[in-house]
Design a protein around this ligand. Structure first.
Ligand SMILES: Nc1ncnc2c1ncn2[C@@H]1O[C@H](COP(=O)(O)OP(=O)(O)OP(=O)(O)O)[C@@H](O)[C@H]1O
Length: 281
């Protein structure tokens, strides 16, 4: 990739949908080349904040800047990888999907061929270049989506639960691969997830959000554990517990607001004696 990562700045951002306040007063400075994970309970506003950075959603207050330029709409310099691989064009092969952006941008054919081969190799899809998306597994489709985004040489890659629909084993492989690809490209990555382990495996910083409506940035956890990371090492396990308490408190607030409070506070409780034990086996 020719471009290096760009810094992103979210300043006093308020986002509304009609009367509904989705995000309020969000502030976050992301350094060039940093990997930041946005973590929070379902429906809190992670995707909404990511969409504001992408330029799909316009804040009603504050601003988002990328490389010091105000974000006013989508741009190829900020590539988005979605959870659903339906973002791929089903009528094009993997190679044609990856080639699409550079072709639209008028990159010369010979250059495109070299670049597309490079990105397909980077995501481990060289052998499937001539297959159609419908002929790929879920993990392969997400690799293809990532290659298609990288082919546009973005300085910022925005990922919205990209591995959320994958089985646990494939997800683990993809997390390791993404860690490697991020280091190879130097892109800034903002990654939305509700999976605490995934955030610890990937993030330089983990940003938690409060439950919505009016979601706010709650805490920022620096994570400088050596890579590749191991969730079973004591430092990771301690961070996992801290994050579980943080997110658990927000889940409890959501349940309370919905009148569904079960006393859940993010802490592990002992398994009660009796019949309940059977249900948990
Ligand atoms: N286009 C929209 N119009 C109206 N409300 C919206 C719109 N997009 C999102 N919302 C609302 O904003 C809130 C935040 O949604 P968002 O998708 O950002 O949450 P999330 O944290 O990404 O959730 P999940 O983890 O379940 O994907 C939700 O209450 C949602 O219903």
């Amino acid at each position: 990739m020719n471009r290096t990562g760009s810094p992103v700045s979210v300043s006093d951002v308020d986002i509304r949908f009609g009367d509904f306040v989705a995000v309020r007063q969000a502030n976050l400075d992301i350094a060039a080349g940093e990997f930041v994970c946005l973590l929070g309970p379902s429906g809190c506003g992670k995707s909404t904040l990511l969409n504001a950075i992408a330029g799909f959603v316009t804040p009603v207050g504050g601003e988002v800047t990328c490389a010091d330029a105000r974000v006013t709409g989508p741009d190829v310099s900020r590539g988005v990888v979605f959870q659903s691989a339906e973002a791929l064009f089903p009528w094009l092969t993997v190679r044609q999907n990856v080639d699409f952006g550079p072709r639209m941008r008028g990159v010369a054919k010979a250059q495109r061929a070299t670049d597309v081969d490079r990105y397909l190799a980077m995501v481990g899809l060289s052998h499937s270049a001539d297959r159609f998306p419908g002929q790929l597994s879920g993990g392969m489709r997400q690799r293809a989506q990532l290659a298609r985004v990288l082919a546009n040489e973005p300085s910022v890659v925005l990922m919205d639960e990209p591995f959320g629909a994958l089985d646990a084993q494939t997800r683990l492989v993809m997390q390791v691969e993404l860690d490697r690809i991020w280091r190879e490209t130097g892109a800034t990555i903002v990654f939305v997830t509700h999976d605490i382990g995934e955030a610890i495996l990937l993030g330089d910083r983990i940003v938690t959000m409060t439950a919505g409506p009016s979601a706010a940035i709650k805490n920022v956890y620096p994570c400088d554990l050596p890579r590749p990371r191991d969730l079973t090492d004591p430092a990771s396990a301690a961070l996992f517990r801290e994050l579980r308490e943080d997110i658990g408190a927000e889940v409890a607030r959501t349940l309370q607001a919905q009148g569904l409070d079960d006393g859940h506070d993010g802490r592990q409780r002992p398994i009660p004696d009796g019949a309940d034990r059977k249900a948990r086996r």
